[in-house]
Design a protein around this ligand. Structure first.
Ligand SMILES: Cc1cc2nc3c(=O)[nH]c(=O)nc-3n(C[C@H](O)[C@H](O)[C@H](O)COP(=O)(O)OP(=O)(O)OC[C@H]3O[C@@H](n4cnc5c(N)ncnc54)[C@H](O)[C@@H]3O)c2cc1C
Length: 428
């Protein structure tokens, strides 16, 4: 039997694709429900929230097919906005500067025209300067990076960027500075979301074919005895191990793991998320599917609307928003629990998004593993851990097994790909 650790999309995909090959496997999941980051929760009288924004913009036909077989979907044109010094700008801000003061627009455009592109950028800050010039960098992505990635842009590498940014031409910057543009410059032109059941409905087809043992938190892995122990005092034997659980959690569980592997795992950096979810007693509170917040006195980095993603996410005639705030080892929480809810409720009121009487339900929760941070320590330490796991015959998959910036489609494909590797290894 192959034991798969974690029932997120990568673990479910690994199990589904092993089943297609007739290979026996079981998924062990610590939570009471499957889905991992693609899971959701419901509060009040039917307000459903995903964990973070979650829309599918996959270009992969195989993933599209699996998702479509699982659920009918709503197609969204991803028109989002930015909140900056009390002003709303269409996204991406660099292409839609028109609401800014003439003074700020002039500074942005002069710096864009004068930027020097004579040396290859060595870090994310230099890359931003290279693309946008100094004023825009320091006031927009520079500030946002600290909020979203929890580290300054100078400390981030650039190997995670490809295709994730919209790079403006001078012509488009000028057009957007004179008047609002209709063209959508976002890197994904359309996004899909299940009609019913939240984002995890895209996984239904695969999950229905898998054996998932829930409430099974792995606490110890004995590689010699090929045995996994769970926090409920039960255990299981396995022939092969496929892990999607975060590398730092995995190595902690391995009996007699060498100290240098533990040390490497402690140097990995990821962000954790604080989710403040608000349900409103009227339908018209959110205006856009999501928006970014640049102002530093407003703690969350961005918000999205589950009710715009699908009306099935709220009771009839209601609406909802979820605010995402990030923290990490290098950037502790500023506020939490009820005080963060209160902060957001008050700021939203000042931003004229709602009045306090519009709020029907509110919820606060934390997610320990959100985004992998690409700092200069990442590559070296991920290689040390991956080499060790390979030497012990442990297969790793998904966002936190690969320790990479994977979207849900890529995590799915990571789980699929490993099944071929397992078969090839068996043949040799
Ligand atoms: C802020 C944010 C926004 C995102 N937005 C999008 C988007 O719009 N579109 C998109 O395609 N992707 C998006 N993603 C990415 C997507 O969520 C991931 O690629 C995908 O869900 C990762 O799946 P996974 O299976 O690799 O990991 P996970 O979903 O984390 O699954 C790992 C599983 O392991 C379990 N586990 C952990 N420790 C143990 C243990 N000790 N024992 C047993 N089980 C354990 C966990 O409970 C979890 O269920 C977003 C991610 C974030 C953080």
């Amino acid at each position: 039997m192959i034991a798969i650790l974690g029932a997120g999309i990568s673990g479910i995909s690994a199990s589904y694709h092993l089943n297609l090959r007739g290979i026996e496997n079981i998924i062990f999941e610590k939570k009471s429900s499957w889905g991992g980051l693609c899971d959701n929760f419901t509060i009040g009288d039917g307000f459903r929230f995903d964990y973070f924004v979650h829309l599918s913009f996959t270009k992969d036909d195989y993933v599209k097919k699996l998702f479509n077989q699982s659920s009918e979907y709503i197609l969204h044109n991803p028109i989002s906005t930015n909140y900056y010094k009390g002003i709303w700008l269409k996204h991406p801000a660099q292409n839609n500067l028109s609401p800014l003061s003439t003074e700020e627009k002039t500074k942005i455009i002069i710096d864009f025209v004068n930027k020097t592109n004579d040396k290859e950028p060595q870090n994310y800050y230099e890359w931003l300067l290279f693309q946008f010039g100094e004023y825009f960098t320091n006031n927009f992505p520079g500030v946002y990076t600290k909020k979203y990635w929890t580290a300054p842009s100078k400390e981030l590498t650039i190997d995670w960027l490809s295709g994730r940014f919209s790079i403006p031409s001078l012509e488009n910057i000028l057009k957007g500075a004179f008047e609002e543009q209709d063209e959508n410059f976002y890197y994904a032109q359309e996004m899909r979301y299940p009609k019913k059941g939240g984002y995890k409905s895209f996984l239904n087809g695969m999950a229905s074919e898998c054996i998932i043992e829930a409430n099974k938190e792995i606490i110890l892995i004995d590689l010699k005895a090929k045995r996994i122990d769970f926090s409920d005092n039960s255990f299981s034997h396995y022939e092969e191990l496929v892990s999607s659980i975060p590398l730092p959690e995995l190595v902690k569980c391995i009996k007699d793991v060498p100290q240098n592997i533990l040390d490497a795992s402690e140097k990995l950096l990821c962000t954790s998320g604080q989710l403040v979810s608000l349900g409103f007693n009227r339908p018209d509170i959110p205006k856009n599917i999501w928006f970014y917040i640049y102002d530093e006195d407003i703690i969350p980095a961005r918000a999205y609307s589950p009710s715009i993603k699908s009306p099935d996410n709220v009771p009839f005639g209601k609406s909802s928003l979820q605010f995402e705030t990030y923290y990490s080892k290098v950037s502790p929480k500023k506020q939490s629990g009820n005080s963060l809810i209160e902060h957001i409720v008050n700021k939203g009121n000042k931003m004229k998004l709602w009045s306090v009487n519009d709020i029907e339900v509110q919820d606060y929760r934390e997610v320990k593993y959100a985004n992998v941070v690409f700092n200069s320590e990442r590559n070296k330490n991920v290689s040390i851990i991956h080499d060790y796991l390979k030497s012990k015959g442990i297969y790793f998959i998904g966002r936190f097994g690969e320790w990479d910036y994977l979207w849900s489609d890529q995590s799915l494909l990571s789980g699929k790909k490993i099944t071929q590797v397992i078969v090839d290894d068996k043949d040799h």
